[in-house]
Design a binder for this molecule. Structure first.
Ligand code: GLN
Length: 559
């Protein structure tokens, strides 16, 4: 029977995999989606992942990092959920505006259409208008012909009121498409009860029941667990949750997120998915590069300690991409990077040596607003004077400029007009194009812009090419009226935007490694393509540390 009713089947239409979550949040739906995608990609399929978030913000750009972690920016300038970072790091293919949708975005589209009179006098309702808009967006990437498989992660937990329209849409899509064109993977938790010394399946059964009351039967259960689940438990889960025996997949806790694809491979998740979708599994899986990387991560030949100076350090997710880029940069240098978070609010001239003296490199983080700014500037002074490898990102680069102005050029009170609009020396100032903008959401300088690198600079040595493109998210910039003074005193602009002359990179050639960038290199670092600036910083840290001492691992001690 052909049930294609509302959705016209396209010649190149992709298969759709949906990932839902039950029992609790933070089970790692994003990592599971990325891992499954990696396996399918390694079998030769063209895969993309999209995330649907049930909150009302139009995008996460206006959210404080304490809410949902860092805001990840795509090539085309979308401010998105940090899971998109995982998708890109795992798949090494860029995502876009279409890969992250929020309830706010969906409503905005529907309400705009309503105001235009597009609904011709009809009452506009959640069903069908909101669900139709969700459906349009869910199917969009699969209709471009660019992908064989689209994985859609649905944010939140099944049972949440706000997730309902998404699950209802998914129910409709399943009804409208052929059976083997869609698949639902439901991620749940199998908790271990210490007192009973038992793993418990009941929460999973309940969450599947919850999903079934809305009309969706999951095909695959992905069970997060601290301990191996037994065959009997698999049988029980299959029977009571209505899935095939081999569709109960164990997702054991592992040390590194990058090990998850291999765990999923052990469970034959890729083969089960392909069978269910009627796709061939004939092509052998190629994970050579991935395994090489994992091997380097698990067997480092040494370690370096790099300080991450920021104001959101209580929450790892606030600097997610930076942490991941350090893992990539460490692996390509065969070392483990120990990232020591330093709270910029607690740092001043009196304790800089105590807090930073044993570090082999410093990274000053991006950020907004005044809080902790003087600590960042102090850290940069310490790095510059002691020739510690230094890397500033966005606000970190701007702080390097302020520090240089104050302490080398003697410009007392030099600042960014973001922090002090009345500074006598506005060495960092608002970009001209930003001055007229009133709204906060989606209005920064966002996404990929070109940058040309100057000859004989650290930047050019690291990138190995003159023309680069990097992603941005800022309103302020280096004030070019000061450039000559800076360059004469030893801080040069080694990278500029060729179209408008904005300074994108500054460096101090007299130091072995001192570089600040206006853009966000961390967003482009992937397992397959570690970012050259992170690779360079780690290398400089190794050199700064001197001869590497081998790390004594537990196995070596026991041997
Ligand atoms: N607050 C600074 C600006 O808007 C830096 C932004 C950032 O670090 N992402 O320019």
């Amino acid at each position: 029977m052909n049930r294609y009713k509302f959705v016209k089947p396209f010649k190149n239409m992709a298969k759709y995999i949906f990932v839902t979550g039950g029992v609790t949040s933070s089970l790692g739906k994003g990592i599971f989606a990325a891992s499954l995608a990696k396996l399918l990609q390694a079998r030769g399929y063209r895969v993309t992942i999209q995330k649907f978030d049930p909150y009302i913000n139009v995008d996460p750009g206006t959210l404080n990092p304490y809410e949902h972690g860092e805001c990840y920016v795509t090539e085309d300038g979308a401010e998105t959920d940090l899971d998109l970072g995982h998708y890109e790091r795992f798949l090494n293919t860029p995502t876009s505006q279409a890969n992250n949708v929020t309830t706010g975005r969906v409503y905005q589209t529907v309400i705009t259409k309503e105001r235009e009179g597009a609904y011709l006098g009809k009452t506009v309702q959640v069903i069908p208008h909101i669900t139709d808009e969700i459906k349009r967006r869910m199917l969009l990437l699969g209709q471009t012909g660019e992908f064989d498989i689209v994985i859609t992660e649905i944010g939140g937990t099944v049972g949440d009121i706000e997730a309902l329209p998404y699950i209802e849409t998914l129910r409709q899509i399943r009804w409208e498409l052929e059976e083997h064109d869609t698949l639902v993977c439901h991620l749940t938790l199998i908790p271990y009860l210490k007192s009973a010394k038992e793993l418990k399946t009941k929460p999973t059964q309940h969450s599947v029941k919850e999903l079934q009351t809305i009309g969706v039967r999951p095909d695959i259960l992905v069970c997060r667990t601290e301990m191996e689940i037994t065959d009997d438990m698999r049988k029980k889960l299959a029977l009571f949750c209505n899935v095939d025996r081999d569709c109960v997949i164990q997702a054991l806790d592992v040390n590194s997120i990058y090990a998850v694809p291999l765990e999923m491979q052990k469970e034959k998740a890729d083969l089960t998915v392909l069978r269910k979708l009627h796709l061939s599994a004939d092509k052998p899986i190629d994970l050579t590069k991935w395994n090489e990387f994992l091997d380097k991560v698990s067997n480092p030949k040494g370690e370096v300690r790099i300080g991450l100076i920021g104001k959101y350090i209580e929450l790892q997710d606030a600097y997610k991409s930076i942490h991941e880029a350090f893992i990539h940069g460490g692996a390509s240098n065969n070392v483990k990077v120990i990232v020591e978070s330093v709270h910029s609010e607690h740092l001043d001239a009196s304790n800089a040596h105590e807090m930073l003296g044993n570090l082999h490199g410093l990274l000053v983080a991006p950020g907004f607003g005044n809080r902790g700014i003087e600590g960042k500037i102090e850290a940069i002074k310490y790095a510059r004077e002691n020739k510690i490898p230094f890397f500033g990102i966005c606000l970190g680069m701007q702080c390097a400029v302020i520090e240089f102005a104050r302490n080398v050029l003697g410009m007392k009170g030099a600042h960014s007009t973001e922090m002090n609009p009345n500074t006598p020396h506005p060495v960092i100032d608002m970009m001209e194009a930003q001055k007229k903008i009133k709204n906060k959401g989606g209005t920064m300088r966002l996404g990929a812009y070109r940058c040309d690198l100057k000859k004989d600079t650290l930047a050019l040595r690291l990138y190995g090419q003159e023309h680069i493109s990097e992603r941005h998210r800022h309103r302020f910039e280096f004030n070019n009226t000061y450039l000559e003074q800076f360059e004469n005193a030893g801080m040069i602009a080694s990278g500029k935007n060729p179209d408008n002359g904005l300074v994108e990179i500054v460096e101090i050639p007299a130091n072995p490694f001192f570089i600040g960038v206006q853009y966000h290199p961390e967003l482009k670092s992937t397992v397959d393509n570690p970012h050259p600036l992170f690779v360079g910083l780690v290398k400089a840290a190794i050199e700064f540390k001197g001869v590497l001492k081998p790390v004594v691992t537990k196995e070596k001690v026991e041997a």
